[in-house]
Design a protein around this ligand. Structure first.
Ligand code: EPU
Length: 337
């Protein structure tokens, strides 16, 4: 039996995004396969492909079509004694995939445990945490052109990965829907514990080094620092860590000797935006139901009934105060709609 896509009108998006603000979509449909997607092509009205909704702030109702990605499935494309290549439906939950890989002894994404969202979003913003970025395991992806319906395979170079960035946030923004993602994982793991705090947590847990123990350590670190979106609305880091020249940094360092940095090549450094915001006293700030998380100043939160616009106004106040103090313009990591 051929099922036709169900189109709904005036649907609340509150359950479908992790900030949990009350917003509506004029039109809404779910896709369970790439064939469902073909039924919508060419997409002519304003549209939004929504995955886990974990990196988005709606400042108003969405006056177009929300295409909710529910494309599932995990399969092995190839494997040998050393590695395995998996093809994963873009609507699969990221953390569930991480746990499944750990169970099967496939290494490479354990440091990316507990990142909310779905698999299709991982390449778009090149998710990263605790010394690992998604691009490190990327093999290829399949995406569909939303105007022509043609399928295109993107290899590593095509994606133009960078820090929380890819071609899908730039030249190809809104042009393709990613339907599946292939990743290459190792069967002979080399554990990545370079991010100091992982080692500390592992040592104190007494657990032996394994994919599972690294994942457990990261789950512990993240749960202590980052609010659980099921309890307090948020989208993880709201801003990106800014990258500035060494010259600008040496001026800043003379005024703020404790700024934490991460090296980037030999001409630039990445600054911890959380520190910049925290140092200005924003951590724990609350205005109505919009606030700055008490343990991580980079995370903005919705304590209940905040409006998207209130969170966005708070974000802009933080941007202004950071710019006035340090001369640095913070860019949002979260997509603002
Ligand atoms: N810091 C403060 N005050 C704060 C927050 C941070 O002083 O309120 C300091 C910390 O003490 C530390 C430094 O800033 O010295 C960095 O903090 P943290 O290790 O928490 O990492 P981050 O730079 O704030 C980035 C990612 C996170 C990722 C962690 C761990 C970005 C924008 N954020 O945060 O990713 O989990 O590193 O690798 O790159 C996300 O993208 O949503 C996200 C949570």
């Amino acid at each position: 039996m051929i099922e036709t896509l169900q189109m709904k009108q005036n649907i609340s998006l509150k359950p479908f995004h992790t900030f949990g603000t009350s917003v509506k979509a004029a039109k809404y449909t779910e896709i369970k396969s790439k064939y469902d997607l073909q039924d919508l092509i060419p997409v002519q009205e304003p549209f939004l492909v929504l995955g886990g909704g974990s990196n988005i702030l709606f400042t108003k109702d969405f006056e177009g079509l929300v295409i909710h990605n529910k494309i599932k499935g995990v399969g092995i494309i190839s494997e040998n004694d050393d590695e395995v290549i998996l093809q994963v439906g873009s609507g699969e939950n990221w953390h569930a995939l991480v746990l499944w890989c750990i169970e099967n002894g496939y290494a490479g994404i354990e440091n990316l445990s507990l990142i909310p969202g779905c698999v299709g979003a991982a390449p778009i913003q090149n998710i990263g945490a605790y010394g690992v970025e998604f691009k490190d395991v990327f093999h290829s992806l399949e995406a569909i052109d939303l105007q022509t319906g043609s399928t295109k395979i993107f290899n590593y170079k095509d994606c133009k990965f960078d820090y929380r960035d890819s071609i899908f946030k730039n030249e190809l923004k809104g042009k393709f829907c990613i339907t599946s993602v292939s990743i290459c994982l190792s069967k002979k793991p080399q554990f990545n514990t370079s991010y100091g705090v992982i080692k500390d947590v592992l040592d104190s847990s007494g657990e032996e080094l394994s994919l599972k123990s690294i994942s457990n350590a990261i789950i512990k670190i993240r749960s202590e620092k980052l609010p659980d979106p099921k309890k307090i609305g948020n989208s993880g880091s709201f801003f990106m860590n800014p990258i500035i020249s060494l010259t600008q940094f040496s001026l800043l360092k003379s005024k703020f000797p404790n700024i934490p940095i991460y090296p980037v090549g030999d001409k630039e450094v990445k600054i911890a935006a959380g520190w910049l915001i925290d140092n200005l006293g924003w951590k724990g700030y609350r205005n109505g139901d919009a606030g700055v998380h008490k343990n991580q100043a980079l995370v903005l939160v919705n304590y209940g009934d905040a409006k998207g616009l209130e969170i966005w106004n708070l974000a802009k106040s933080i941007q202004i105060s950071v710019f006035e103090e340090y001369g640095i313009l913070l860019e949002t990591e979260v997509n603002i709609l």
